[in-house]
Every structure is written in structure tokens, then in C-alpha cells.
Design a protein around this ligand. Structure first.
Ligand code: COA
Length: 333
């Protein structure tokens, strides 16, 4: 029996909306400061959409760039897997809107809802689609519009200063030789679902959203920041170790580490504890903030375009987020 081909990343792309929002601008709207934000999170700017632009629109731009990099057109795709925690509308999934924006039809398009680990979950689905032979070319996208769902007042400042809008995409196709996605490792701990969540609208409410829920701010993200921080710095090293062990790799053999961009301090702490040299870690949170499911593919695209991922390079991606969810993947370029 023929061994199935691994899925390889044939092209990457990213997109952020043009409007840049500085820490100083946020400090005019809420009780915060550039100094506090930079010191605690490492973030200096983030990009926000203008009214009328949604996550499917950002995903389209990132996808077109990834397709171009892969030398493909949208009609060459066999499936779309899209990760987002900020859906274009309640239903159908954002992937359906993206498919239409790409001007294609009938191929399967599905959403993955795994928050800041969403891209890694979507990558696993896409990779298994490719390896099964049923869908040889899969578009995997992470996209978020956070700015329309956060509170620009002091009540929401912990979350609002962190989040940004953006999209990142990869095109998967069967890889040759040793190249490709070596493994993906995924975890969820639902007992902490309410430690970082948006409660409403929710199907447990009748109606799903009303004025009382809005007045209480229950349609905005609520986060126990310290609790999230503590679990992120524990779970990320754990799942990195799992990925390395699975592939019988030593930490030193990894050429590039791409972590989810939630807080620069989380990534610095994880890298320092593991003994990873800073030059092997790429962060872009300083300019984009936390773009959740889009963060890892945005980092990957910037690294690829900067020539930081030569042929044969080993890339380890790792993320943690709401759910709690966490995961890691090793890719040989
Ligand atoms: N500006 C100024 N002060 C702020 C603030 C802001 N944007 N956000 C919170 N504060 C205040 C708090 O109200 C609190 O004030 P108090 O001491 O008077 O109660 C104080 O700063 C300390 O808050 P705390 O939450 O303990 O700060 P922290 O050092 O833990 O930093 C985070 C807050 C959010 C930056 C940090 O907890 C974090 O990054 N957590 C992980 C978040 C994350 O990864 N989220 C996404 C996962 S996908």
C-alpha cells in the first residue's frame, strides 16, 4: 500500500486592515497608558477595520496572497478550513462568506471554533484532508475582527488593549520528500471555558441577547488575565515537548519558534524557561496585537517573506487560548 503524502505548506499570506491604532489613542478613551500596555504586554499598535469590513474580507486578502505564493488560483482549491472566534455573522460560518468572496463554489468550506489555538486545529483538519487524498489542496485560514466586539472604556481595558484585527492563510498540498507537516498536537480543558469568554449572544438565553445582557457588558470578552497567563506558560512548554518527543527531535534542532501572540511576556517567559535563544523566536505582537486565530499564520507569512524559513528548516508553532485550548505543530519546510 502506498504511504500517503504528507501535507506541505505551498504558500502563505497575511493581511491587516490599514487603520493603525496606537496605545496613545486607546489612552484617550480609557484609563490606561502606553507605558502600562508596553510594559505588561509588549504591544505598541494594532490594526482595526473600518465599519463594514468583516473577518471574511480580511481572510480573502490573506488567502489571495497565499494562493499567489503557491502559484495557484482559488478555483484550484478542494476545500476551505477557516478558524475564527469572531464570526462574520451568527450563521452560516465565515468560511461560506469567504468562499463566495473568492468567487468559487461547491467545494466544502467549514469553520473551526478553537479561539487562539484555532489555526492549529484548522491545520490539523486541513492536513488530514490532504493526507486522506480526498482533498489534495486545502486553504487553511485564521481570521479575526476583534475591534467590533470590544469595549472602548475602562471596564474593558484589560482585553481591549490586547486585541487586534488581521488574517493569515496557508495553502496545503501534498509535499515531496521529507517536507511537510510532521505532526499536530491538540488539547482542550473545558472546565476553564469561562476564564476567557464571551457569554452573549448565547442560545441558552431567550432571546439570545437583550438590553439587560448588553447593559451588563456580557457581550464583551471577560478574562481572568492572571489565570490565563499562568496556564499559558505551563501548557505551551508541555505541548512543545510532546511535539518534539513525537518527532524524536531535540529543542536545538528547531530553527524557528512561532508562538501565539497573546502577550510578549508569555512568549519571552516560555522561551527563557525552555532555553530557546531569542533569535530563534519571531514575534510581531508589538505591531499587530493579539489577532487570535490569525496570529500564528501571520507570523509564519512574515518569516517566509523575510527569508527566515529556508528549505529544510524545522518550524515549531505553538499556541494557547480560550477554551482553554492549546496545541503545537512541527513543520519541515
Ligand atoms: N491599563 C491599565 N491598567 C490595567 C489595564 C490596562 N489596560 N488592564 C488591567 N489593568 C489594571 C487592573 O485593573 C489591575 O488594577 P488593580 O490592581 O487596581 O485591580 C492591575 O492593572 C493589575 O491587573 P492584572 O490583571 O493583575 O495585571 P497583569 O499584570 O496580570 O496584566 C494582562 C494583565 C491582561 C496583560 C495579563 O494578565 C495577561 O496578559 N494575561 C494573559 C492574557 C492572554 O494571554 N489572553 C489571551 C489568551 S489567547
Amino acid at each position: 500500500m502506498q504511504t500517503p503524502s504528507r501535507a506541505g505548506i505551498a504558500g502563505t499570506g497575511m493581511y491587516v486592515p490599514p487603520r493603525v491604532v496606537t496605545n496613545e489613542e486607546l489612552a484617550k478613551l480609557m484609563d490606561t497608558s502606553d507605558e502600562w500596555i508596553v510594559q505588561r504586554t509588549g504591544i505598541r499598535t494594532r490594526h482595526h477595520v473600518d465599519p463594514g469590513t468583516g473577518p471574511a474580507d480580511l481572510a480573502k486578502e490573506a488567502s489571495m496572497r497565499a494562493l499567489e505564493a503557491a502559484g495557484l488560483e482559488a478555483r484550484d482549491l478542494d476545500a476551505i478550513v477557516l478558524a475564527s472566534l469572531s464570526p462574520h455573522h451568527e450563521f452560516p460560518g465565515t468560511s461560506a462568506f469567504l468562499q463566495a468572496l473568492l468567487g468559487i463554489s461547491e467545494i466544502p468550506a467549514m469553520d473551526v471554533r478553537c479561539q487562539c489555538t484555532g489555526f492549529l486545529y484548522a491545520l490539523q483538519v486541513g492536513r488530514l484532508f490532504v493526507e486522506s487524498g480526498q482533498y489534495p489542496r486545502v486553504l487553511v485560514v485564521g481570521t479575526e475582527v476583534h475591534s467590533t466586539g470590544i469595549e472602548f472604556t475602562t471596564r474593558g481595558r484589560d482585553v481591549t488593549v490586547i486585541f487586534g484585527d488581521g488574517a493569515g492563510a496557508v495553502v496545503l498540498e501534498p509535499a515531496e520528500g521529507e517536507r511537510g507537516v510532521l505532526s499536530v498536537h491538540l488539547h482542550t480543558q473545558g472546565e476553564f471555558a469561562r476564564k476567557l469568554w464571551v457569554e452573549a449572544p448565547g442560545s441558552v438565553f431567550q432571546p439570545r441577547i437583550d438590553q439587560a445582557l448588553i447593559d451588563d457588558g456580557r457581550h464583551y470578552p471577560q478574562m481572568d488575565g492572571r489565570f490565563v497567563f499562568k496556564h499559558a506558560v505551563t501548557r505551551m512548554p508541555e505541548v512543545m515537548r510532546e511535539a518534539l518527543d513525537k518527532n524524536q527531535l531535540k529543542l536545538e534542532e528547531i530553527d524557528l519558534f512561532l508562538f501565539h501572540q497573546a502577550n510578549l511576556r508569555i512568549n519571552e517567559y516560555v522561551a527563557a524557561q525552555a532555553g530557546i535563544p531569542p533569535e530563534k523566536v519571531y514575534n510581531n505582537i508589538e505591531v499587530y496585537g493579539n489577532c487570535s486565530a490569525a496570529a500564528i499564520p501571520m507570523c509564519l507569512d512574515e518569516c517566509v517573506r523575510q527569508g527566515r524559513v529556508p528549505e529544510g528548516a524545522l518550524v515549531l508553532m505553538c499556541g494557547f487560548g480560550s477554551g482553554f485550548t492549546w496545541g503545537a505543530s512541527v513543520v519541515r519546510w
